[in-house]
Write a protein that binds this ligand. Sequence first.
Ligand code: NAI
Ligand code: 15L
Length: 268
Amino acid sequence: PAPRTVLLTGAAGGLGTLMRSLLPEHGHTLRLFDVRPVEDAPDAITADLADKEALREAVRGVDAVLHLAGISLEAPFEKVLRSNIEGTYNLYEAARLEGVPRIVFASSNHAVGFTPAPRAGDPLIPVDTPRRPDTFYGLSKSFGEDLAQLYWDRHGLETVSVRIGSCFPEPTSVRMLSVWMSPADGARLFHAALTAEDVGHTVVYGSSANTRLWWDLTSARALGYEPRDDSEPWAAKLIAEQGELDPADPAQGRLGGHFVTDPPIWPH
Ligand code: NAI
Ligand code: 15L
């Protein structure tokens, strides 16, 4: 599929930094956007998702947006509301008004975080499992998926919502053995999501081909995604250090892991 000119929001973040180095290898030209300055990128747009004019200008002429910007962990509701709910709405409106045909939305496993993790022999969790956010953060990702569906149904603006597991250079916990997405597989999946034809609104899980995988990658593979990595080489070391997950422990037995039991964060 043809490479694309892509607006990368959240370019200064952890995943944005990884994708800035990996996506050009797939042929994409990136325009960068973040509220924080992006290191070594003087042309990056420094603006908040609250700035509707800046967003209109930023999306003008691109083939797609890879929308990573936002609060990436649990936070007080007002903050999540502003960056993730209103901010994502502002982005969709800018894209609609400027005729951008596609958004790839960084959703999260925390949109379904309260779902019990499958045990050995259970079926993998499908993409149409009922959403069960584990935090205000997860709730904002659930909102983003519904917003994407609305803009597809009403305006023909396509989205791939990627429920990312954990995309970091290496798995660092026993839970991550099941939900890890290597950065290289992340770039493969985002590339597929940016270029596959006729996606409408498609929801996929974002992870590598982990031996201990918890969810079903069928819809991701249908986009042309072929994961090449597996967390298993880290399994013996991580299990020796941390022990196996205990499904009866509320902080370990659900997809969202400790997000499910972390105390809520209220504004002061
Ligand atoms: P991060 O926190 O490192 O980066 C997020 C970036 O968004 C930051 O550079 C921040 O400045 C920017 N941002 C936040 N609010 C903004 C606003 N109002 N306007 C403009 N920019 C704003 O997070 P990370 O890990 O890079 O994640 C990127 C995206 O992927 C997030 O949406 C996160 O929820 C999602 N995600 C990431 C996962 C992971 O494993 N890294 C797992 C699941 C979802
Ligand atoms: C997320 O949604 C977070 O953005 C990321 O930092 C990780 O905590 C990840 O989920 C996870 O579930 O491990």
